[in-house]
Design a binder for this molecule. Sequence first.
Ligand code: FDA
Length: 309
Amino acid sequence: MLLKTALLALSERRTVGEAMARLGLTRRLVRRFVAGTTAEDALAVIARLNGEGLAGAVTYLGEHVASEPAALAATQEYVRLLDMIHARNLDGVPSLKLTQLGLDLSPEICRANVVRVAERGSAVGRRVWIDMEGSAYTDRTLALYAELRPRFPLLACVVQSALRRTPLDVERLIELGATVRLCKGAYREPPSVAYPDKADVDRAYGRLATRLLAAQAEGRHVYPAFATHDERMQALARTRAEARAVEPSGYEIQMLLGIRPDLHARLRSEGLTVRVLVPYGEDWYGYFMRRLAERPANLVFLARNLARH
Ligand code: FDA
């Protein structure tokens, strides 16, 4: 737990990432979780995944941008991605962060940028997922989602079972008939805001998954995505869905590139939609450190690479 907290604290220190990059350590280490630096790299991976019967999602790495031109550049990258996905007829959707589109600068800048991406998403018939960041952003993220969702039914959002507030958020999202990804949560949070004990996060995940598959949610056309590599949670979602006769097309399982790919084939053979999120870009540091924090055993992998360097 201490190690996890330390890694998450480091994930917020960009200078460490810059030092790692200067040492030339990054490429080999990061490649497990990140497709490469360009959109081409990511879409090549998505094309391969599609060939294996898996759906794709793509994230252009970046967060907390500090200028309006940088937020606009990220926005334009997502618009370009949607065009490329459409032109290549890929099964892929973008998954973006609001702080990358300017949420730290102003709500207006961010809203205008999300609208730009959502408009292109509507034009090419692709969902646009809005990731959930640290709890300081939860209210603003869900408020923007609730505001824009009536205009853009293909917008989708994320909730984290680690947060104590999430049961209430899920009820509101059910009312909205939302498309919603349930994850455990990847950020460092105080115990007043999030469960410090992983067992509580897992139990909450089970309760929230059950809620998102309940008759009321289905009646409001909620489409849930269960973003987890935890086999127990994947099985729980499937069992709950089967018990209520929710079709496999009524929900999906989502996973991250490089994590438990051994599960893909079995989930597919069970008739489930499996979507793999493929990140790319130069700004890999925060993402990479969160992946290390989720599983400190990954440090062995890091240490081996450092030793080889
Ligand atoms: P858990 O951490 O219990 O792991 C279950 C098992 O999966 C482990 O035993 C291990 O085998 C494997 N595993 C998990 N993480 C690993 C890792 N890093 N390296 C190697 N093996 C690993 N979070 C967030 O806060 N906001 C968001 O918007 C998103 N979006 C998102 C999208 C998608 C598609 C996924 C899959 C996940 C996210 N997350 C996220 C991250 C999520 O909150 C969570 O941190 C990770 O998925 C890890 O939690 P698990 O549910 O996999 O369970």
